[in-house]
Design a protein around this ligand. Structure first.
Ligand code: TRP
Length: 332
């Protein structure tokens, strides 16, 4: 084994193609080479959904089904629920002492989310400090690699700040620096072409979408607004349909031919979209089928999570024990 991975998602909604391209793909590949822990970060999800906690219970199972459907194997990856590991909350509390308010307010991802959520005048403390809680998630498992989307890089920086400071204050190398693992494919746009794919913006194609939903979304997808007549030369830059074809098309020769034809003119958007629909359906049909099969056995899903919780808790407890010894708060 090359090391330990800790990665995960907030269970606030089903996962979409952006998640697949941005991190799920890496997790599937790496589960054979690394000891991999995957956190269903429900406590973090609560930081901006504290008024609708029931959302988390439902989506823990939805996200788990998405994982299993794309090929994350529960015998290779330990999938667990954040709130079931109280050691994570305890570690978070100790870390809060070595992070300043000013440092948290500089986090670009948190800043952006605060603007989106209109938290401007009354920022909940839980929300502002979630990067510290995320550092606790990562460090409790002594992970050295974190496969995430690029929006999560500030969380890794925050984690590494904590690593340096903790080791320095308690004069012991308890933690090591962690590294993000970013996807090679750039972050996927939403079907509107204006923003990155996101649940809150309503521009996402979900791993659980039916063929009818998928087809409707592909038809509505943004292309080249200046490509009015079929004979007109088209543009690939900013053309969402081609962005998706590049991300999901396996027949590279055919993709190249389509691109050339489009640029020259004479290729209609309808034809290109039909091709995209075909390749996306080739990818999603087996995912949908596996999702459906797994969803029939709720008992098995619960068993997977309980087993994951037990394994994760043992590991987090052992790190916490080390931390308390380093901090001299192991009194007896
Ligand atoms: N912040 C991540 C997200 O928004 C979820 C998350 C929580 C996470 N803890 C983590 C990701 C630890 C990687 C490592 O999806």
């Amino acid at each position: 084994m090359k090391g330990t991975i800790l990665t995960g998602d907030r269970p606030t909604g089903p996962l979409h193609l952006g998640h697949y391209v941005g991190s799920l793909q890496n997790r599937i590949r790496l589960q054979d080479e690394y000891e991999q822990f995957i956190i269903l970060a429900d406590a973090q999800g609560l930081t901006d959904n504290f008024e609708t906690p029931e959302k988390l219970g439902v989506n823990i199972f939805e996200v788990l089904l998405d994982y299993l459907a794309v090929g994350i194997d529960p015998n290779k990856s330990t999938i667990f629920i954040q709130s079931q590991i109280p050691e994570l909350a305890e570690l978070f509390q100790y870390f809060l002492n070595i992070v300043t308010l000013g440092r948290l307010q500089q986090n670009p991802t948190v800043k952006l989310e605060m603007r989106e959520k209109n938290f401007s005048n009354s920022i909940p403390m839980g929300f502002l400090s979630y990067p510290v809680s995320q550092a606790a998630d990562i460090l409790a498992f002594k992970a050295n690699l974190v496969p995430v989307g690029e929006d999560q890089c500030p969380m890794i920086e925050q984690t590494n700040d904590i690593v340096s400071k903790f080791n320095q204050i308690y004069r012991k190398e308890i933690f090591k620096k962690v590294e993000p693992l970013l996807s090679h494919t750039p972050r996927l746009s939403g079907i509107d072409g204006k923003n990155k794919m996101s649940k809150s913006l309503g521009n996402a194609i979900y791993l659980s979408d039916s063929y009818a939903e998928l087809s409707k979304k592909v038809k509505a997808m943004y292309t080249d607004p200046h490509h009015l007549k079929v004979e007109d030369p088209g543009h690939l830059e900013g053309n969402t349909v081609f962005e998706f074809i590049s991300a999901f098309g396996h027949d590279l020769e055919h993709v190249e031919k389509l691109k050339q034809h489009y640029i020259t003119g004479g290729l209609g958007d309808g034809v290109v979209k039909r091709y995209l629909l075909e390749i996306l359906e080739d990818f999603l049909a087996p995912v949908r089928k596996r999702r459906e099969d797994f969803s029939k056995d709720r008992g098995e899903l619960v068993r997977i999570l309980k087993k994951g919780n037990t394994l994760a808790r043992a590991k987090a407890a052992s790190t916490l024990d080390e931390v308390k010894r380093a901090m001299s708060i192991n009194y007896f």
